[in-house]
Design a protein around this ligand. Structure first.
Ligand code: C6P
Length: 411
């Protein structure tokens, strides 16, 4: 397939919010790792659904319910295809956090016993750590953590050394939301399987930016969120291997997830509906389907190439600045750029940049153990997406220089 270069100016027209001003300055949105902006096509799909076709799904005999069910289930097919999975293996959830909690509670509750081990890494988001802590407290399982190399990559030797006969699951992020590094998840899935464990990949920061194929990765679960990939908030998905999903008990009970309910017990709907108790977020699923269509039309390969080129430009310019210190490796990364700038606190940097219309994130990024490891309490973080431009990177650089001037230089 030939890769088309992105027409970024045309793409920017699809995102009306990018034309607004912030504090009287043009918006420069560089907080995409936290949440992306939405193209008009996604907003139109959601509003079109509610204005024309809304009813509850899987229930009604009337036309609107049939249309709503079709819209919901075709969104599932599109989203599953986007990550190379089969439709019946894709469970709609509220996002990555809920997807991982589903696995920890359902698979973990059924499969872990005292002394079993859950292997994570030092760079996990709290969403891929706290659910396992809760599970460990409930089952007596132990958590282990693979370390990092000095330049902020996953230490595969350490991970291999920590995989043992009691390891039941290796759960790791595909892309670090602080370090920007892309982890070798296919290699980790292979190592996990060799050790008799399964592998969960947190795809919150990869699904929006990389061509993902869960079959090629060879993982057992893949979790991601719609709002970081041009879709609505409150919707995301868990992809899981059919055999695992079928063997797992339901997590939440209620309508939609049953086959038959009697007073003395119930039987369950087939996957994926077994894991979708209650009325689902139909409009958000439709919006996620539209987001996936939007990204697919542009091509993930082209989106990724644009982001890599922009990231290279950003790193070239930023690393020229006196006092700029990048967290994470220079290569094998996406456009999540975490940094320290002299002795100016990350929160001060974010405030000064905001006054100039430049939105970045400052804080621990729900990575407190990683911050501990890096010896900081917070980092500043700029993160790019398909609609960002070189001029916006220049605005970031100018903002940092202005911050230094405002502080009268570094101590
Ligand atoms: N990271 C960030 O600014 P939810 O909130 O469920 O959509 O995604 C949680 C999550 C899980 N894993 C990774 C790697 C993530 O980056 C995130 C969300 C945002 O970095 C908000 S803290």
């Amino acid at each position: 397939m030939t890769r088309k270069a992105l027409d970024v100016e045309r793409i920017r027209n699809d995102f009306p919010i990018l034309n607004r001003q912030v504090h009287g300055q043009p918006l420069v949105y560089l907080d995409n790792a936290a949440s992306s902006q939405k193209p008009a096509a996604v907003v139109a799909a959601v509003s079109g659904y509610f204005l024309n076709s809304h009813a509850n799904v899987h229930r009604g005999a009337h036309l609107l319910s049939v249309e709503a069910t079709d819209a919901y289930e075709s969104a599932r097919a599109v989203v599953a295809d986007f990550i190379g999975g089969r439709t019946r293996e894709l469970v709609f959830t509220r996002g990555t956090t809920e997807s991982i909690n589903l696995v920890a509670n359902s698979w973990g509750g059924a499969n872990l016993a005292e002394g079993d081990e859950i292997l994570l890494t030092l760079m996990e988001h709290h969403s891929n750590l706290v659910p396992w802590q809760l599970l460990a407290a409930r089952t007596g399982a132990k958590l282990k953590f693979a370390g990092l190399t000095a330049d902020g990559r996953l230490d595969l030797d350490d991970l291999t050394a920590k995989l043992g006969s009691r390891t039941r699951i290796v759960a790791l992020t595909h892309v670090s939301n602080t370090l920007g590094v892309v982890n070798p998840v296919a290699e980790v899935a292979r190592l996990a399987h060799e050790a008799g464990a399964i592998c969960l990949v947190d795809g919150a920061q990869s699904a929006p930016h990389l061509e993902v194929d869960v079959v090629e990765i060879g993982c057992d679960f893949y979790a991601f969120s719609g709002h970081k990939m041009c879709g609505p908030t409150g919707i995301g998905a868990l992809w899981g291997r059919k055999e695992l999903l079928e063997a797992m008990p339901p997590w939440q009970g209620g309508g939609e997830m049953i086959s038959e309910v009697r007073l003395d017990g119930s039987t369950w709907a087939a996957v994926p509906h077994k894991f979708e108790a209650g009325t689902p977020s139909v409009g958000d699923a439709v919006g996620l389907g539209a987001a996936v269509r939007y990204l697919s039309n542009l091509g993930l390969e082209s989106i990724h190439a644009h982001e890599i080129e922009l990231t290279e430009y950003a790193l070239d310019r930023l690393t020229e600045l006196d006092g700029f210190d990048l967290f994470g490796p220079r290569t094998d990364r996406v456009g999540v750029i975490s940094f320290r700038y002299g002795d100016i606190h990350a929160h001060d940097l974010a405030t000064i940049l905001d006054a100039r219309g430049v939105a970045i994130r400052a804080g621990h990024h729900c990575n407190q153990p990683l911050m501990h490891h890096l010896g900081v309490d917070a980092t500043a973080r700029a993160s790019v997406y398909l609609y960002n431009t070189h001029a916006e990177i220049d605005a970031l650089v100018d903002g940092l220089l202005a911050a230094k001037t405002l502080f009268g230089g570094f101590a």
